[in-house]
Design a protein around this ligand. Structure first.
Ligand code: NAD
Length: 309
């Protein structure tokens, strides 16, 4: 496993990290025992950064992760969770709610502190409130010793540049913007590097688009994006390679990203994902797949308030 420094936090995080949303049965109904085994396997494989949220499975992911963490030494992993999002349409970025939220997460996760507390999907709220109320509340939580660093997450890249122009955060978590079909994260990397912000890239498989199973029903991608991804998957199959392999290798090859979150509750998939990133990418196939995906390159979907997109 290789490790990189997560911006100004100084934390040395594994280049591939564990996204625990599947533990909340976000993608499919999971076998809890397999989920618990996946967390242990992640640690055994050298993964030391784990991300979760009270939103995933409406607290179930945190609860299942908490069970797994009970038997893992606290110095084996850095733990990130979030505040502000509590349901598909339920958001509360008030200082009072996010402060209570951290205490609830600490209990569910069975830990005394969180390494990184992130404001979840801020494009759904008022960025003014995030800057002037939520982030200061998170700094107070940090001062109280309940969290070590603070960050923000969301889909539209604009939210990161807007917030960073007015406030200080330690990390950003971007998703679905550095994968075979969308590499737009690259456009904001210079601003992030200039401020020495930790860069977390999530969804290297574009939340399932770049897999044999395809995206789940709730996935926000348009039909044209789904069709192009299915075409790319079929070409990889024809060439005898799982598209997930090419997608993982592509995402992990970006040296500017400090860590890439891979989400699975299946130990075999996690084992494969870690093995793949240490194998050379098939450059010919990569070229062909990027060509198939060219018509939809950087095509995304709106998320949150119109003014934040
Ligand atoms: P992802 O793009 O890797 O997609 C996960 C899906 O791919 C799951 O269905 C999983 O079962 C499947 N998968 C994983 N490995 C596979 C393999 N080898 N073969 C076939 N299928 C495979 O990642 P993701 O779950 O979208 O994101 C990872 C993590 O990032 C999440 O768990 C979460 O912690 C974080 N995240 C955060 C935000 C946010 O803060 N707004 C958004 C998205 C993701």
């Amino acid at each position: 496993m290789n490790y990189r420094t997560l911006g100004k936090t100084g934390l040395r995080v594994s280049v591939i990290s564990y996204g625990a949303s599947p533990l909340g049965s976000v993608f499919r109904d999971i076998d809890e025992q397999a989920g618990l085994r996946t967390v242990h396997l992640a640690i055994d494989l050298g993964i030391n950064f784990i991300d979760v949220s009270p939103f995933y499975g409406l607290t179930r992911a945190e609860t299942v992760l908490g069970k797994a963490l009970k038997s893992i030494a606290r110095d084996k992993y850095y733990l990130a969770t979030k505040v502000g999002r509590y349901g598909t349409d339920t958001f509360d970025f008030s200082a009072e709610r996010v402060t209570r939220s951290v205490d609830e997460s600490l209990q569910r996760l069975n830990v005394d502190y969180i390494d990184l507390i992130q404001c979840h999907d801020i494009e759904f709220g008022s960025l003014d409130q995030v800057i002037n109320e939520t982030l200061p509340a998170l700094r107070r939580i940090q001062q109280a010793g309940k969290a070590r660093f603070i960050g923000i997450t969301g889909l539209p890249l604009k939210i990161f540049t807007t917030v960073l122009a007015q406030a200080e955060v330690d990390t950003i978590l971007s998703y679905c913007h550095y994968a075979l079909n969308d590499s737009s994260l690259d456009k904001v990397i210079p601003v992030l590097k200039e401020k020495d912000v930790g860069i977390i890239n999530a969804s290297p498989l574009s939340m399932g688009l770049l897999t044999e199973r395809g995206a789940p029903g709730w996935h926000p991608a348009s039909q044209v994006l789904r069709d192009a991804s299915a075409k790319a998957a079929s070409w990889c199959r024809h060439k005898g390679i799982d598209i997930a392999q090419l997608a993982m290798q592509f995402a992990l090859a970006n040296p500017n990203v400090h860590t890439t979150l891979s989400g699975t509750a299946n130990p075999e998939n996690l084992r494969k994902n870690v093995a793949w990133i240490n194998q050379p990418i098939d450059t010919q196939l990569l070229h062909e797949v990027l060509h198939i995906l060219e018509p939809i390159h950087d095509m995304t979907w709106p998320s949150g308030r119109p003014e934040n997109n």
